[in-house]
Design a protein around this ligand. Structure first.
Ligand SMILES: [Zn+2]
Length: 119
């Protein structure tokens, strides 16, 4: 069964990288492309549909509901990753809210890895 892994970031740092990445900045893009490299040996679960995620992984970054200074990166399969931006974002937020609410349900608690600040 694929495993759901979420990445935790410093919110300001990830916002600072996300913008140039959308504008095609090579270094910022490389950062996002290599985010999931450490998990290549694993079967990563798509955050939205539970399908096994294929490499290169699509990432969606959303604010952490539990901590305003953090942001969470979720892996998406190819199909979910190519959804329209707003659909993708609102589905991701809906899942995050449900997860936040159901924090006590053991099965719904994903494995969150903190990404240390670069520099
Ligand atoms: Zn998916």
């Amino acid at each position: 069964m694929p495993e759901l892994i979420l990445l935790s970031f410093d919110r300001n740092e990830i916002i600072a990288l996300n913008r140039p990445s959308r504008n095609g900045d090579a270094e910022a893009n490389r950062f996002f492309e290599t985010l999931w490299e450490p998990y290549r040996e694993k079967a990563l679960a798509c955050f939205l549909c539970d399908a096994v995620v294929e490499f290169p992984v699509f990432s969606e970054i959303v604010g952490d509901l539990a901590d305003a200074n953090k942001a969470v990166g979720v892996p998406l399969c190819h199909q979910c990753g190519t959804l329209p931006k707003m659909v993708k974002w609102s589905r991701t937020m809906k899942m995050m809210r449900a997860m936040h609410k159901a924090k006590t349900g053991k099965n719904s608690v994903p494995n969150v890895r903190h990404i240390p600040r670069r520099r």
